[in-house]
Design a protein around this ligand. Structure first.
Ligand code: SRM
Ligand code: SF4
Length: 563
């Protein structure tokens, strides 16, 4: 907001790109035809994000290509929208095939429950999206300044109540989808030189949101979706097995930049309670308030969390209530105890089996000694049940009979994966973002480095008898926070090649942020520091005390972290 005497600030260049894009068409169609480069124009690169596509390059090859005077080794990453992380076996098999035929032969399960494929060459984009379309999958709104994949626990069959809430989360997701035809026109329909004409986008308007927007639904006691990290969170309130409605929280967000105090991770504030039939109206009110008041002059200050901090939570609540046309009731007390997926075999409320497999950093790949991708393909080819992706980058198969359970166990054994879930509590609670070589923003390694860090720390945990304790550890290659590191008891955040910041003291259940305790340390130094704390924790912890709480109580975290 500017006062009358102040000159209005200049809008970011992204605002002009959106405004002039004829509802996300830009010159993408032309960029795709240009065979002189594997890339696309910078402006189109901003627009393709709204279509779920990122232009990337293989950063491992940058130096060599520069020396050879070649352009970067460009390729695309696609993020496939999957509300609640749910897909059919046929859809999974489509991902498997596409990853092999046009991607880098890996599938990446993300921290918001979509699939990502990396390494797709420009010329393969249209045919790939057309095949996804035939399998009833799309990547609309998986990225960009828009509502992203709506998160919900991967097991709605856990109870009738979970199923009811899943349906509500799906409705919100559909309610907030863009309505424009650009995606179909560019990627699926007949090729047009300049694309069609812009249409009305009733909810988002011509310039969409100032920045990305995220929603998650949680059912206590599980906070698997990290509900307070979401721009808009719904926490189910249940009484005697009946859904009363939802606590509503707003203004969560984790991205920050090193050395810029004006950027920070923030937990959402709970502003009240709404009933199930008010959810869509409420979500629309929050989204449109952010659309109209979010900062479009600075993308580092454009998320809802800053709108709220600039104007005050009471102002925002009032704005939302006015737009929604109803008042929120008083929030209920909630208690979260866990964030961990239900690993292994569980009976669902429908009597079927639900199986969750731990997947390190969500990367499905075959390696010389571990054929995970092949094993999962064979499981999908059994033709029973369906697939779920979790907010912790794991994969589940749902809806299985006793016979299918036996067959799946045999496949896992055949590929040496029978013990895949027998990991330390630390590994089972670990996340890492992709970082190098695909992520253009990575300052340091993450996914490629975390296995080694875990190996080292596990030695100490076993030595002091803590191998079964659930301790959360999350690593990212930069401070953007994609693996939600600021909500981990141990957060490792890249600063420069081989250099990290160490964060400690978050609450395990995702209700308190951690604090930075070391800056610019190597992984060796970090492992040494954390190993020392593990030893202290094993010796001095109080009954039932979690690692993050221990770090706070014993003064290992600089200032008292907020509860
Ligand atoms: Fe993220 C940007 C990967 C979840 C905060 N994120 C990126 C990009 C697209 C890099 C880019 O802009 O060029 C990364 C692509 C890397 C690659 O090679 O695949 C990327 N983010 C991911 C994923 C794949 C990490 C993962 O390990 O699974 C997650 C995909 C989720 C999805 O399916 O939609 C992912 N990103 C998150 C989360 C966690 C969440 O949403 O629960 C966050 C923190 C929460 C939040 O939004 O506040 C997150 N990503 C960011 C940010 C910082 C946003 C900010 O407000 O400052 C960026 C950079 C940006 O937007 O400018 C970013
Ligand atoms: Fe890339 Fe940084 Fe996100 Fe990791 S946290 S995927 S390095 S943007």
């Amino acid at each position: 907001m500017t006062s009358e005497s102040e000159a209005p600030k200049k809008l970011t260049s992204n605002e002009a790109i959106k405004e002039n894009s004829r509802n996300l068409r830009g010159t993408i169609a032309e960029s795709l035809r240009d065979t002189s480069t594997g890339g696309i124009s910078a402006d189109d690169g901003q627009l393709t994000k709204f279509h779920g596509l990122y232009l990337q390059d293989d950063r491992d090859l940058r130096k060599e290509r520069r020396l050879q005077k070649l352009e970067k080794a460009f390729s695309f990453m696609i993020r496939v929208r999957l509300p609640g992380g749910r897909c059919t076996l046929a859809q999974y098999l489509t991902m498997d095939e596409l990853s092999r035929e046009v991607g880098n032969d890996t599938i990446r399960l993300t921290t918001r429950q979509p699939f990502q494929l990396h390494g797709i060459l420009k010329g393969n984009l249209r045919p790939m999206i057309q095949r996804m379309d035939k399998a009833l999958m799309d990547s609309i709104g998986a990225c960009g300044d828009i509502n992203r994949n709506v998160m919900f626990t991967p097991n709605p069959e856990k109870s009738g109540l979970h199923t009811e809430i899943y349906e509500l989360s799906k409705k919100v997701s559909e309610h907030l989808l863009p309505t424009g035809k650009a995606y179909h026109e560019i990627w699926i329909g007949d090729e047009k030189v300049a694309g069609g004409e812009a249409e009305e986008e009733p909810l988002y308007g011509k310039t969409y949101l100032p920045r990305k927007f995220k929603i998650g639904f949680a059912v206590p006691p599980s906070n698997d979706v990290d509900v307070y990290s979401q721009d808009l969170g719904f926490v189910a309130i249940v009484e005697e097995g009946r859904l009363l409605g939802f606590n509503v929280s707003v203004g969560g967000g984790l991205g920050m930049s090193h050395g810029r105090a004006e950027t920070y991770p923030r937990l959402a504030d709970t502003i009240g309670f709404c009933t199930a039939d008010q959810i869509n109206q409420l979500a629309e009110a929050v989204v449109t308030a952010q659309r109209d008041y979010g900062d479009r002059t600075n993308r580092r200050h454009a998320r809802l969390k800053y709108t709220i901090d600039d104007r005050g939570i009471e102002w925002f609540k009032n704005e939302v209530e006015t737009r929604a046309g109803f008042k929120l009731a008083e929030a209920h007390t909630v208690k979260f105890t866990t964030i961990e997926d239900d690993y292994g075999w569980r009976r669902s409320s429908d009597g079927k089996w639900f199986f969750t497999l731990f997947i390190q950093s969500g990367r499905i790949a075959d390696t010389a000694d571990r054929k995970l991708k092949t094993a999962l393909r064979e499981i999908a080819q059994l033709g029973e049940g369906n697939i779920r992706l979790s907010p912790s980058q794991n994969l589940s198969v749902a809806g299985l009979s006793d016979e299918a359970k036996v067959s799946i166990e045999a496949i896992l054994e055949k590929y040496g994966l029978g013990e895949a879930n027998k990991q330390t509590g630390l590994r089972l609670n670990s996340l890492a973002c992709p970082a190098l070589p695909t992520c253009g923003l990575a300052l340091a390694e993450s996914e490629r480095e975390i296995p080694d860090i875990l190996d080292q720390l596990e030695k100490v945990l076993k030595e002091v008898g803590l191998e079964n304790d659930a301790i959360s550890i999350r690593m990212t290659g930069c401070p953007n926070g994609c693996a939600r590191p600021y909500l981990a008891e141990i957060g490792i955040v890249g600063r420069a090649p081989g250099k990290y910041s160490l964060f400690l003291g978050a609450k395990y259940n995702g209700t308190r942020l951690n604090r930075e305790v070391a800056t610019g340390v190597t992984t060796v130094e970090m492992i040494e520091q954390v190993s020392g704390l593990f030893r202290e924790y094993a010796a001095d912890r109080q009954e039932g005390e979690e690692f993050g709480d221990f770090c706070v109580r014993n003064g290992h975290v600089p200032e008292p972290a907020k509860a």
